[in-house]
Design a protein around this ligand. Structure first.
Ligand SMILES: Cc1cc2nc3c(=O)[nH]c(=O)nc-3n(C[C@H](O)[C@H](O)[C@H](O)COP(=O)(O)O)c2cc1C
Length: 168
């Protein structure tokens, strides 16, 4: 699905639905980017919540309408500590996420062979669980200070077209 395609699931979301921004981060970059996104959406009058994946009740994802995930990568292509429970849940529990639309921003360092692998895995798991991807995954080399702003702009453009039910 590209940015010019609608999404019947999101367009049919009840008024007042929220955009759930979830992050997995160890040293704070993905967290900071997630809050940049959340603040930007709130400034545009969208209902939006930003949440550390460690504080998120994973089963709630089944009833979310739109989730944006921002995750870095650690170890040898693994999820940050605070994304491990979520990673395992998606990988092993096969949740039904057919009501969910999603987008993923994957952070990493291109110096590692498994560049941004956790974000790539999350993106695949969400699709395999039946979720609808609203935008192609964005991968950022945070070591070169690649900005999340273009991703935020893409999300905002998409919401402007299709996300009226998320407005306050
Ligand atoms: C010990 C360690 C292991 C890492 N492993 C990977 C990796 O396998 N793949 C990758 O793309 N980046 C890897 N990175 C880079 C981080 O993903 C990158 O620095 C990211 O911006 C950190 O985001 P955070 O502050 O949100 O945790 C690693 C960094 C460290 C310190």
């Amino acid at each position: 699905m590209n940015i010019d395609q609608g999404n019947p699931l999101v367009e049919a979301a009840p008024d007042g639905s929220k955009v759930m921004v979830l992050f997995a981060s160890e040293t704070g970059t993905a967290e900071e980017y997630a809050f940049d996104l959340g603040n930007s959406l709130q400034a545009e009058n969208y209902h939006c919540e930003v949440c550390d994946l460690d504080d998120y009740e994973v089963d709630n994802l089944k009833s979310e309408r739109l989730a944006i995930l921002v995750s870095s990568t650690y170890g040898n292509g693994e999820a940050p500590y605070n994304g491990e429970t979520f990673y395992e849940w998606l990988e092993t529990q096969e949740p039904d996420l057919t009501s969910l639309s999603f987008a993923v921003c994957a952070l990493g360092d291109t110096g590692y062979p498994s560049f941004a692998q956790a974000g790539k895995d999350f993106d695949r798991f969400l699709e395999e669980a039946g979720g609808t991807r609203i935008l192609p995954r964005v991968e950022l080399d945070a070591c070169f200070d690649e900005s999340i702003e273009p991703f935020i702009e893409q999300i905002k453009s998409w919401l402007l077209k299709y996300g009226e039910s998320f407005r306050k």
